[in-house]
Structures are given as C-alpha cells and as structure tokens.
Design a protein around this ligand. Sequence first.
Ligand code: V47
Ligand code: SF4
Length: 397
Amino acid sequence: MSKAIELLIQQKDLPHEARDIAQKVLDKARISVQEAEWLYAHGELSYLGVLANAIKEDKQGDKVYFNKNFHVEPTNVCLYTCTFCSYSRMIKKRENGWEYSLEEIMDIIKSYDQQDVTEVHIVGGVLPQYDVTFYSELFKAIRTHRPDLHIKALTPVEYHYIFKKEKISYEQGMKLMVDAGLDSMPGGGAEIFHPEIRDQIAGGKCNAEQWLNIHEILHGLGKRSNATMLYGHIEDFSHRVHHMEQLRILQDKTGGFQTFIPLKFRNKDNEMSHLAEVGVVDDLKNYAIGRIFLDNFDHVKAYWPMIGRDTAVMSLAFGVDDLDGTIDDTTKIYSMAGSEEQSPSLSTEQLVKMIRSVNRTPIERDTLYNVVREFEGVVFEDDTKYKGYTSLPVVNN
Ligand code: V47
Ligand code: SF4
C-alpha cells in the first residue's frame, strides 16, 4: 500500500506492537480495540501520520473535499443539560435565546436563494414546540421552495424526543421525516457512547443504543448519515475506542455512514469550562487513530471552526480528507481585516488555497460526495492578496 509503511516496518527500534499494527495496515487488515488503545497510549505522532496518510491516500488519493452549505439553528435554547454545551445554560436566561417560527426559518433559507450552496444543515436545541408536525412542515416547505437543496437535519437527540412525545416508533417517525423531505442526518449528539461518561455529560438525552438505532433505521430507508465523537474532556482513551468500535460495528451492518467527524471539546461558556482543552498533537493523533481504526468509513472530516485553520490544514496529513465549516464567498472581509481563527467563515478561494498549500487536490462536493466543482488550473485573480496558505518555496539543503 505504501512505501512509507514498508520503510517504517524496517526500523530496528520500532516496538513490536507498532510493527504488527503497521503490517496490518499494509495488509489492509483491521486493527483490534486493544491495538487502538495501544496507539493512543504509545503511538508516536509521526508514526501515526504515516499510517493514517497511507490509508487516506489509498481511499481518496490526494483529494480533499469540501461542501458549500449553511447552518440553520431553529433555537439556541435547550431543555437538556449537556455539561459541554453552552445552549443548556440558555434555558435559565431565555431572554438571550431565540426560538424561530417556521416562517422565520424559511426567511433564513430564502436569504440563501442567490447563493450556490448545495445543503442546509439544521440543528439546534430541543424544545417542546419543535415537534413531529413542525419539522414535517419545515422539511416540506424547504423542499417546495428549493427542491435541489439537500436537507441534512437534526440528530437522534431531537428524533428520539419528538417521536417519544408523539408516541410513535422510531421506524414510523423516520419514515415520516424522510417522506417530508429529510435527505440525510448529521453526526451530532453522539458525544461519547460509554455510559460511564455519557451519563455525566449528556444531560439525560438519548443513550448510545438509541442514537445508533435511529441511524440504523435511517440507513435502512436508503439514506446516509455522519458520526461524530466529542473528545478531550473527561473521557479516557478506552472510551474513545469503545465509541469508535460501536460505529465500526454498525457500519459493518449498514454501510450508511459517510464520514467520521472527531469534535474537539472547547471549554468556553459551559459547565466544563474548568477543564483544559487538549493540544494540537492530541488532535492530530486522534484524527490519525480514527482513520486507522475505522477502516469501513470512506471519509474523515475536520470541522475547522472547532480546531482552527492551522490544525485543520495539518490534519490533512493525518488521515483527514474533508474540511467543513462555513464557506461564504460574501464574507471575505473578515479575513481581509486580519482576523484569524475567530473568522466565522472562509471563502472558497481561501479553502482551496489551504488545501493546495499541502499539495492536495481540492474538490467541491455535494452532501453525498458527488463532485460539484474541480479546481484544476483555476488561478484566483487576487491570489497574492491573502496571507497564509500559499506553499513555501522548496529549499534544497
Ligand atoms: O453533538 C457541543 C458538539 C455537536 C461543544 O455531520 C461541542 O456534517 C466541542 O455534530 N466543544 C454538533 N464540541 C455539531 C455536529 C456537526 C458539526 C459539523 C458537521 C457535522 C456533520 C456535524 O457539537 C454536538 C456536540 O458533540 N459540541 N458543544 C463544545 N463545547
Ligand atoms: Fe446542547 Fe444538544 Fe445537549 Fe441540547 S442536547 S444541551 S443543544 S448538546
């Protein structure tokens, strides 16, 4: 599979566990839970990078995908109390929150009418007025207004709540949602599946079994979904591996997951603000181990607003083949003003330059990874105007 892995295996001082795992990757064999735990505990960053990058190249070549979408959050208030989430605080001081009506949400959708976005990602807090009827009507209204827009909406957290309230089964509920226009489901709400951790952080919302079950039902209806993992808080490495194992098992069964999205815990404005955030080395190791362990996932995605742009670019050498975050060609002004990680969006040009800076090939995709646009030979007019993300000249020494 990779010359780099063959060279790695020949290193004399490589621990035997590292050699065995590298050999498995070379043979395209699956690594075990114990081996994944070993990688977290002992895997060197450069070693993990070689393995993860070889797998990524084998699956996707040098392609790096991105998708032009926009997010709609019907509300930022939530009746659950996840300790990592700033939304759960809002219910106590509702005056700072919003609770959009269907018409208000449609106004947001319509504000993107002139933009070449392919997907709307709908996710927010859980509140009683957002029920089966509300979401069915919303999906139908979006479908009617803009039939080509892919609706990627809600998570098992919302679906579990609304179906229970409606006293219908998950099967009945998901069928209703798909009939109303739901195209796919984002990966949120997964957090950490292991009850030792989930019970402490996830505020009474759907458990792991229910989360997995709703994805399985959606896959059974011929639709795709994503899977996230919230890492870097109170979990240990065994919880991360357990989480990924549940995903790998379900993916063997359905093949319905498209991409794995590790989400780094950020500690601002939530009940776990006292916890330090993990550093960039942990982020990169985590991407790499996810890529190595989840041999049945086609894609690993970095959500750049959570890790920053620089880490996102580096992640492309650690198994990541997909970048996500707001891409808005109307808000270049933020980067031009010199703002860095807090910029709310990147332009297509910036993203393409980020991907090219590490000699990867940018591909704009739709939600289902069909190619929307390739950039071969595309030179942006103002190519020199933005700082960062141009390749450095090669120095031979
Ligand atoms: O489930 C909440 C996470 C998720 C914090 O499927 C936090 O394409 C870090 O799932 N620090 C929602 N993470 C976002 C999500 C997502 C994002 C981008 C793309 C896709 C996709 C899905 O955000 C939640 C939770 O795990 N989250 N609070 C926090 N403080
Ligand atoms: Fe936040 Fe979602 Fe938990 Fe609600 S269910 S508190 S929105 S993470």
